[in-house]
Ligand binder design. Structure first.
Ligand SMILES: Cc1cc2nc3c(=O)[nH]c(=O)nc-3n(C[C@H](O)[C@H](O)[C@H](O)COP(=O)(O)O)c2cc1C
Length: 339
């Protein structure tokens, strides 16, 4: 018998549960603090020097360019903030990765910049300011970049008609987030079908903490997305889903992040379910500031015991729309094998 069991045996019974719960609360604060310290040690701060942290910021900025290239109403000259940061980061990436010419993130950035410059040149717009920010070598590489490496791609409604018959590999390969949708409403039946298709998503001990809040009111959608801030400049979608996790499904402090894992898995199932039904979608982050979270909770009447995991914008595909290419690493780039 270990010391814990011995103590429990001698302790008055009514005290055991409250003391165990107290111990969990202490763990929760200690472990959350350790987690905060690890995050603080690791995340990509402004102007990093290490390769992966530089790549993080280059990807973030290149994605802003790809999003700008995807707008139906293309805004010439967009991206001033991006251009103030990206050239320096590209130079840092050249220094941090001697093989930068084959670096996926570097190549995606050049390709997005190439499309940006080309579209401006085609429209006879002045890009001398943008050019002045890059080194001569970088500019040469931008001009010669491969368009398959990054930038925007076209998505056609006609290509989605047979989605339900596609293999998993084909469905997954052809799914892209779209941020512009047809005006046609999305029915509750369509959404319920996709949600039902996602119900086989696994969760810890099958406790199924995920909740889905369906928002169809245009005004509420616009307000929610205004607070969220990640799709500014795009028209509001016909439907917005808020995926949350119900914290009442968890039992110990060690499970404090499990809702995000289970909710994230459910979100992916839902994205693929929608895609297989030929319906367009885009996941959106719910990494709110405290103020934004408070406003969102009030707007959507979210119960205190639920935490936001992600939004998913949903709508029918336009006949044709553009979206970010969002180039991926190779599987081998992210895999390490313990022998
Ligand atoms: C959790 C999560 C949050 C996201 N947040 C945003 C967002 O706030 N704004 C946005 O435009 N896209 C957002 N996205 C969409 C990503 O940009 C997109 O998934 C990524 O570029 C990969 O492209 P793909 O979905 O077309 O494969 C988010 C995606 C995920 C998974």
């Amino acid at each position: 018998m270990n010391w814990k069991s011995t103590v429990e045996q001698w302790m008055p019974k009514p005290l055991i549960a409250p003391l165990k719960n107290l111990r969990q609360s202490i763990h929760l604060y200690q472990d959350s603090w350790a987690q905060a310290k690890r995050f603080n040690r690791s995340y990509s701060r402004i102007m990093p020097h290490e390769r992966v942290r530089i790549e993080t910021r280059v990807m973030f900025l290149s994605h802003q360019i790809e999003k700008g290239l995807s707008h139906h109403n293309f805004r010439y000259g967009f991206g001033k903030k991006v251009f103030n940061e990206l050239p320096t980061l590209l130079t840092r990436l050249e220094q941090a990765d001697l093989n930068f010419a084959n670096n996926t993130v570097y190549k995606e950035s050049l390709a997005a910049l190439h499309e940006y410059m080309q579209r401006h040149l085609d429209a006879e717009k002045d890009i001398s300011w943008q050019q002045s920010l890059f080194t001569t070598d970088q500019w040469q590489r931008i001009m010669n970049a491969e368009s398959n490496d990054g930038g925007s791609i076209s998505i056609r409604k006609s290509d989605k008609l047979n989605n339900k018959d596609l293999s998993f590999a084909a469905l997954s390969e052809n799914r892209h987030s779209v941020r512009e949708f047809a005006d046609e409403p999305v029915s509750l039946d369509e959404l319920n079908q996709a949600i039902q298709m996602s119900m086989r998503t696994p969760s810890v001990c099958n406790r199924q903490p995920t909740r889905v809040h369906v928002i169809l009111d245009k005004e509420v959608i616009a307000k929610a997305l205004h607070i969220q801030g990640g799709v500014n400049g795009y028209p509001a979608p016909p439907a917005l889903l808020m995926i949350t996790s119900d914290l009442r499904a968890f039992m110990t402090s060690y499970e404090r992040n499990e809702g995000y894992t289970d909710g994230g898995l459910f979100g992916m199932s839902l994205l693929l379910s929608l895609e297989s039904l030929g319906i367009g979608a885009c996941p959106l982050n719910t990494m709110f500031t405290a103020t934004a979270e408070k406003k969102t909770r009030k707007l959507l009447h979210l119960p205190d015991n639920e935490v936001p995991v992600m939004y998913i914008e949903v709508g029918h595909f336009l006949d044709e729309t553009r979206t970010c290419r969002s180039t991926r690493f190779q599987g081998s780039d992210i895999t390490s094998v313990l022998k």
